[in-house]
Design a protein around this ligand. Structure first.
Ligand SMILES: [Fe+2]
Ligand SMILES: [Fe+2]
Length: 356
């Protein structure tokens, strides 16, 4: 009967395939020029660096990710469409946490720079806890996914060191912004809090916040990284990260409905938090309230849907559909990039308390 088939839990094999099937929207694994990372000198930000790393070494979340109880039966009891999107959310979050973990641990293993090694070990510690916590939540739902499988399954993409800094800074800070926005929303609407994982979000995202602070210091340690052509690279990364999040979130309408979140409002709230935080490090801010920006973002969502739909086709029809959709994505990306940005004067002190 169709109703039974619709409500069946996905199998572990199906979920693994979802992780392997790379799309433009899925989290990726990275590699870089490790010798260039060795040459980073935190001297110019040493005072703030020592304060932050001491905080991280004090390990305020040491006990936070210890599990007090099993989450058995909670995911299984959700409405099928909410459940499937929540599992997809858990999978992509786990992949992001784990890809961060193995990348940071690879840098910690290969670097000869003691400051970088010290930081990377702390980041590895936290991301491995985060990934492990999600893995255990999936296991409680009868979906055991080995994290080691991910390292074999995913390709590693080379990124120049400065791009690694921009991309990891943004992913840490947008991760914070996403989790804290959900956390504050569910505090105000406890009736929408359908999984105990959400109760861990506040301290969890404080880890991500500190990670972003550390990467901010690495960027601010070298003034060249926020000047000249690098302003364009920063703009490029901001648009890429924001557009990816917007398109991906809109593919999960049932999950957001269950949380009581309007996706577009939620995403713009996350962009605002992330932009406010990034005043510490980026000389430009995207004007996310500009109607031109919002129109182009909506056009990007439609273009990415066309690209998804093209994947379902076959043969020549697939080629034609994919070429058309890719051109639409490229053109819309240029539209987003062309929206005038706001200038931002960098503050003398980089670190900022997490007040959101
Ligand atoms: Fe994390
Ligand atoms: Fe992180």
């Amino acid at each position: 009967m169709p109703a039974v088939a619709m409500s069946a839990m996905p199998t572990t094999e199906v979920l693994k395939q979802q992780i392997v099937d790379e799309t433009i929207l899925s989290p990726r694994f990275y590699t870089t020029d490790f010798a260039a990372l060795d040459r980073i000198d935190v001297g110019p930000v040493r005072d703030e660096w020592e304060v932050l790393l001491a905080q991280m070494e004090a390990d305020p979340n040491r006990l936070h990710f210890r599990r007090r109880d099993r989450f058995t039966g909670i995911v299984e009891a959700l409405e099928p469409d909410v459940r499937d999107e929540f599992i997809a959310f858990l999978l992509s979050s786990m992949t992001s946490e784990f890809s961060g973990c193995i990348f940071y641990s690879e840098i910690a293993r290969r670097t000869t720079n003691p400051d970088i090694r010290r930081l990377m070990r702390l980041l590895t510690r936290d991301e491995s806890r985060h990934a492990g916590f999600i893995r255990d939540s999936l296991k409680d739902a009868g979906l055991p996914i080995s994290l080691d499988f991910l390292t074999r399954a995913k390709k590693h993409h080379y990124f120049r060191p400065k791009f690694i800094l921009y991309a990891t800074y943004l992913s840490e800070k947008i991760g914070y912004a996403r989790y804290i926005a959900i956390c504050r929303h569910l505090e105000a609407h406890p009736e929408n809090n359908f999984h105990p994982l959400f109760d861990r979000f506040e301290e969890w995202c404080n880890d991500e916040y500190r990670h972003g602070e550390a990467i901010a210091l690495l960027i601010r340690a070298d003034p060249k990284l926020t000047r000249g052509v690098n302003r364009l690279w920063i703009r490029f990364f901001l648009v890429s990260v924001y557009a990816t999040m917007y398109c991906r979130d809109h593919m999960r309408p049932a999950l957001h409905r269950a949380m009581g979140l309007d996706i577009t409002n939620y995403d713009y709230q996350v962009f605002k938090i992330c932009s406010d935080i990034s005043r510490q490090v980026f000389p430009i801010l995207l004007d996310t309230d500009n109607p031109k920006f919002r129109d182009a973002m909506e056009a990007m969502r439609l273009a990415s849907l066309r690209l998804e739909a093209a994947r379902e086709k076959a043969g020549l029809r697939k080629l034609i559909a994919r070429a058309g959709a890719s051109a639409a994505v490229g053109w819309t990306f240029l539209r987003l990039l062309s929206v005038r940005t706001k200038a931002n004067a960098l503050p003398a002190r980089v670190l900022h308390p997490a007040t959101w």
